[in-house]
Write a protein that binds this ligand. Structure first.
Ligand code: PFF
Length: 447
């Protein structure tokens, strides 16, 4: 039973897998439209602060938990609580994290399906020469068709399951080694394109001209939720990925790298999308349809639009896939370790349940588009909001509290290779700033 847990092939592979998890629809689809809905630079500022002061310590904490546990997030928390003489109730953190990851995957896969559909549309030259009505029509027709959404969601889930079922080496590692360099190349090409169009400056000032008046409790809560979502923390994913780490990986340096890539991707996505939005006189506050309506419209009459459009949606789909596999991993790891099913069957079992929940999410765009009574949100929005804004920060909060306040302080500092000022800085961040930050944002958001 106690066979040695697998480890990542190299530090670089781990960086690619963790960056692959972090960079996804959250960066390319969600971040730009949230910036647009929340009034631009104020949101960006709070988001960056949350990443640095809260996201970073939580990310490091989750990797540390996983590495110490060498098991799925649930058994990791159970074992660490026991070894440190704490209540088994800490296991709940592992359970909550794994469940939240599964719920996120259910609606994430729906948007992953949109990306696949748009990749096919772009490849078929469907945007060329179309006007605004026709482009909006394409998006609305997709949303109005449960069968189309179901097909796309199913294909996306199948791809996710097919990778994760092959295990750490043959599945996750092999796919990120192929997809991550491609992703980097695609974003550079698209950014180069955006920087040479006329409205790059307008996009920059929209994203970076800070105006403190537009910061409200809602904006802060949304920005913190997005910081957790984009770093993949609070959903068991980084605990699971951390469980495949060996002793020699420098967690702080690796976190710095992953966060840098993640932030660059989010900001780059904004810098690709907003110039096109401004150049075409479109609305920044379009919401979830932002990249699916505004971008194809721009691709419709730009030189080489079909190719650029195809590249963009391939980028989006690949980014989504390297995140969705990470979302499936904690459940797959748990079921593989805890049942007799073996990894392929465990992954398929988890995938089927998550796929079914995703159907409720996709019906929110058509059959069940009326907001749920008493809640005022559709199933999709409810799942998204409850997981990103509340559950991820809450789970992350407990993870960082466990590392900051439960684990032996000196052992944590030794593990991170810190002493003197840097040790003090880490302690202040992980024990005070990060937990208090989450608490303050919660209170601010509820006011
Ligand atoms: N970080 C991913 C993104 O930005 O698209 C989404 C995500 C993956 C969220 C894994 C949470 C998670 F655990």
């Amino acid at each position: 039973m106690t066979k040695q847990h697998q480890h990542w092939g190299s530090r670089l592979t781990f960086i690619m897998a963790a960056t692959g998890s972090a960079v996804g629809l959250g960066n390319i689809w969600k971040f730009p439209y949230m910036v647009g809905e929340s009034g631009g630079a104020a949101f960006v500022l709070v988001y960056l602060l949350c990443i640095a002061a809260i996201g970073m310590p939580v990310l490091v904490a989750e990797w540390m938990l996983g590495r110490r546990g060498q098991k799925n997030p649930i058994d990791t928390m159970r074992g660490l609580a026991r070894d440190n003489g704490r209540s088994p109730a800490w296991t709940l953190l592992g359970i909550s994290a794994v469940l939240v990851g599964a719920v996120i995957l259910s609606f994430y896969s729906v948007i992953g399906g949109w990306s696949l559909y748009y990749t096919v549309q772009a490849g078929a030259g469907r945007f060329a020469g179309q006007d605004a009505d026709a482009i909006a029509g394409l998006f609305n027709q997709m949303l109005a068709s449960p069968s189309l959404l179901l097909l796309a969601h199913t294909v996306f889930m199948l791809a996710t399951v097919a990778i994760v079922a092959r295990g750490l080496k043959g599945g996750i590692e092999a796919s990120v080694r192929l997809l991550m360099p491609t992703l980097a190349a695609l974003i550079v090409i698209l950014l180069g394109y955006a920087a040479t169009t006329g409205h790059f400056g307008a996009a920059l000032s929209y994203m970076f001209a800070f105006n403190f008046n537009s910061i409200s409790g809602d904006v802060v809560l949304a920005a913190m939720g997005q910081a957790f979502f984009t770093l993949s923390v609070g959903a068991g994913v980084m605990i699971a990925y951390g469980s495949y780490l060996g002793k020699d990986t420098n967690l702080l340096a690796t976190a710095r790298t992953v966060i840098l890539f993640d932030t660059v991707f989010a900001l780059a996505a904004g810098m690709i999308i907003f110039p096109i939005v401004f150049a075409n006189g479109l609305e920044t506050s379009e919401g979830p349809g932002l990249i699916f309506i505004t971008l194809p419209l721009a691709f419709a009459d730009m030189f080489g639009g079909t190719v650029i459009g195809l590249l963009f949606f391939v980028l989006l789909s690949f980014a989504a896939l390297t995140s969705s596999i990470s979302l499936l991993e904690p459940v797959a790891e748990f079921l593989t370790e805890r049942s007799k099913m073996g990894r392929p069957r465990a992954t398929i079992a988890a995938g089927v349940v998550i796929w079914a929940l995703g159907i409720a999410a996709l019906l929110s765009f058509n059959v069940w588009s009326a907001p749920l009574p008493g809640v005022g949100l559709t199933v999709f929005d409810l799942l998204d909001k409850v997981t990103s804004q509340y559950m991820l920060p809450l789970n992350g909060l407990f993870a960082v509290i466990f590392v900051g306040w439960v684990l032996n302080r000196q052992s944590v500092l030794d593990e991170l290779g810190l002493s003197g000022t840097t040790a003090l800085l880490w302690s202040v961040l992980s024990r005070l700033i990060a937990p208090l930050g989450v608490a303050v944002v919660f209170v601010a958001g509820l006011l």
